[in-house]
Structures are given as structure tokens and as C-alpha cells.
Design a protein around this ligand. Structure first.
Ligand code: FAD
Length: 309
């Protein structure tokens, strides 16, 4: 095998590009396979106000362009392709796209996750215009406004409670009368005077042309429709990690689809490391993903050193 890379990084979000930055500066000549969403989730948003170093905030796509420029400055090879399969059963590790197969001593998986949506047209049309799937990221923009949170699990309760710091009214809209949320999380939401519940309804539409103006729901028992006036719509119905290509790879994947690290950023397969939202369903922030990219690169570097000695 003529060309075996030191590190191949799958994914070009904050985790993947930070892993590339550290690997490139360690002279490992990393290859980043960028995937179908170059730059990752932040390319889908406008203002990012919580990434350190940008006191005035920065547009998500611009932040990712800067990260890309930084990794290229240190000689990272960035491939604009999507990984379709991997073979981690032997060394070197194999990573295949539609057009070529890369062989590498180490792999860093940073394929991220995507928020789940109900599938309504306006959810996508009004993204960044009142529609969000991240209260930590966007809650601040809803100071003094009314918002709706869709969902009935722990994350919906958590997002709703968090949003009451800013919003005047938070309405949790849930498709059933019962909740999947733990009793303690549900009670915390029920005890919060700013939170109201509308249950046993189907969300029919997000109302608005340029910005969210409301949410239309249909009551499951009567069929009656109701418009809830709001300026913010938060989907809190889970995330789907991008792990389908790793299903039969031997990696440990939990029942929610997330990769389970063995310790630190190491996975159950030696030489394969993981960083960012593809394993982290708790923090889901650009800065935590970037931090993990750094850790994965340092762990990969140590692994490669140990292989050589
Ligand atoms: C609308 C929105 C607004 C947000 N706002 C903020 C904010 O203000 N502040 C904040 O800290 N966080 C914010 N977040 C969250 C933040 O974007 C994520 O936590 C962060 O991007 C996770 O980084 P990541 O590198 O782990 O994964 P991602 O950013 O999801 O990147 C995943 C990468 O993997 C690639 N990939 C996936 N599958 C494959 C494959 N098969 N082959 C090759 N590549 C693949 C994709 O192309 C992508 O490049 C926001 C998220 C969204 C959706």
C-alpha cells in the first residue's frame, strides 16, 4: 500500500477542523473529508455570539471559513467528498468515498449530528427567522418574546426552562397527553409560572412569511385547530447523529445512535477516535466540539507515537 496517511478526519465542523489544526501543527499531514455539509451545522445559522474571541459575534458561515483557512495554512488536505463506508477490521484503516479509498493509521470521527424536525415546510423556510433547535444557542435572541417548544422529553423540558430566562411566555406543545420526560424535569417545568402546556395536539404549521408569527395546532380529540401566537419556535424532538456508515464497523454505538467512547476520545477500536456532536448529546456546542477535536488530535498523536516506538 503506497500511500498510508497518518490521520484521516471525517467531518469538517468545529470538531473536525480543530482536530485538523492540531494534527497539522503536529506535522501529521492530516486529510479532512468534508462531507455533504462542509463547515458543519454552524453554516446553517446566522449570528454566533458564544464562540470565544469574537466580542461582536460572528456569522456562523464566516466562523467556519476562518477555521478552514486556518487548517489550510498549516497544510491540511481537505477533500470535498462524502465517506460512504469504512473498514476498521484491519490496519491500515480504510475509509471509502464514492471515488476513492483512503488508508490511514488513525481516524478521527467528527461527523456531527442533525436536529430532528417535524417536517413542516416553514420549519426550514423560517430557520434563523424564529425557528431554532437550540435554546442555548438562540434563546438570547428571544428576550421579551413568546416562544413555543415542541416535544415531551427531558430536552424539551430543559429547553423550555432555559428559555424562561428570556421569553415572557413559553408554551410546550406535545403530541400526547403523557410525557416521556422524567418526573423531576416535568415537575420543574410545570412549577415554572412562565411555562404553559398544550398537549394531545398535532402541529400543523409554523405561521409566518418573513419571521415566525405563530404555530397552528390541531387537537387530536376534537379536530379543532388553534393558533398559538409566538415569535420563536424551538424543535426539541431529539437529534440524529451521523453514524449510519459506522453501523457494521465494530464501533460501539448506543441505542440513540451515538458513538460511545471507551475512554477520553478513544473508541472501542484502537486508532479510531471520536469528537463532537457525533458522540456528545449533552453539550452540543461549537466550543465543546472544537475542544474535543483538539483532544482527539492529541490522543491520535500519542497513539501514533506509541505505534512507532
Ligand atoms: C442552527 C444552529 C445554530 C447553532 N448555533 C450555535 C451557537 O450559536 N453556538 C454554538 O456553540 N453552537 C451552535 N450550534 C451547535 C453547533 O453548531 C454544533 O454543536 C457543532 O457544529 C458540532 O460540531 P461537530 O464538528 O461535532 O459537528 P457538525 O458541525 O455537525 O459537523 C459535522 C461534519 O461532518 C460531516 N459529515 C457527516 N457525515 C459525513 C460523512 N459520511 N462523510 C464525511 N463527512 C461527513 C458534515 O459534512 C459536517 O462537515 C448551532 C447548531 C445549529 C444547527
Amino acid at each position: 500500500m503506497s500511500d498510508v496517511k497518518n490521520v484521516v478526519i471525517i467531518g469538517s465542523g468545529p470538531a473536525g477542523l480543530t482536530a485538523a489544526l492540531y494534527s497539522a501543527r503536529a506535522e501529521l499531514k492530516p486529510v479532512v473529508i468534508a462531507g455533504l455539509k462542509p463547515g458543519g451545522q454552524l453554516t446553517e445559522t446566522t449570528e454566533v455570539e458564544n464562540f470565544p474571541g469574537f466580542p461582536e459575534g460572528i456569522q456562523g458561515p464566516e466562523l467556519m471559513e476562518k477555521m478552514l483557512a486556518q487548517v489550510k495554512r498549516f497544510g491540511t488536505e481537505v477533500v470535498s467528498e462524502n465517506v460512504v463506508s469504512v473498514d476498521f477490521s484491519k490496519k491500515p484503516l480504510a475509509i471509502a468515498t464514492d471515488t476513492q479509498t483512503f488508508y490511514s493509521k488513525a481516524v478521527i470521527i467528527a461527523t456531527g449530528a442533525d436536529a430532528n424536525w417535524l417536517g413542516l415546510d416553514n420549519e426550514q423556510k423560517l430557520r434563523g427567522k424564529g425557528v431554532s433547535a437550540c435554546a442555548t444557542c438562540d434563546g438570547f435572541f428571544f428576550r421579551g418574546k413568546e416562544v413555543v417548544v415542541i416535544g415531551g422529553g427531558d430536552s424539551a423540558m430543559e429547553e423550555a426552562n432555559f428559555l424562561t430566562k428570556f421569553a415572557t411566555q413559553v408554551t410546550i406543545v406535545h403530541r400526547r397527553a403523557e410525557f416521556k420526560a422524567s418526573k423531576i424535569m416535568l415537575k420543574r417545568a410545570q412549577d415554572n409560572p412562565k411555562i404553559k402546556f398544550i398537549t394531545d395536539v398535532t402541529v400543523v404549521d409554523v405561521i409566518g412569511t418573513d419571521r415566525v408569527e405563530g404555530v397552528k395546532v390541531k387537537h387530536n380529540d376534537t379536530g379543532a385547530e388553534e393558533n398559538i401566537s409566538c415569535q420563536g419556535y424551538f424543535a426539541a424532538i431529539g437529534h440524529t447523529p451521523a453514524t449510519s456508515i459506522f453501523k457494521n464497523s465494530g464501533l460501539e454505538i448506543n441505542d440513540m445512535g451515538y458513538i460511545v467512547p471507551k475512554q477520553f476520545t478513544e473508541t472501542s477500536i484502537p486508532g479510531v477516535f471520536v469528537a463532537g456532536d457525533v458522540h456528545d448529546h449533552r453539550y452540543r456546542q461549537a466550543v465543546t466540539a472544537a475542544g474535543e477535536g483538539c483532544k482527539a488530535a492529541l490522543d491520535a498523536e500519542k497513539y501514533l507515537q506509541a505505534q512507532e516506538s
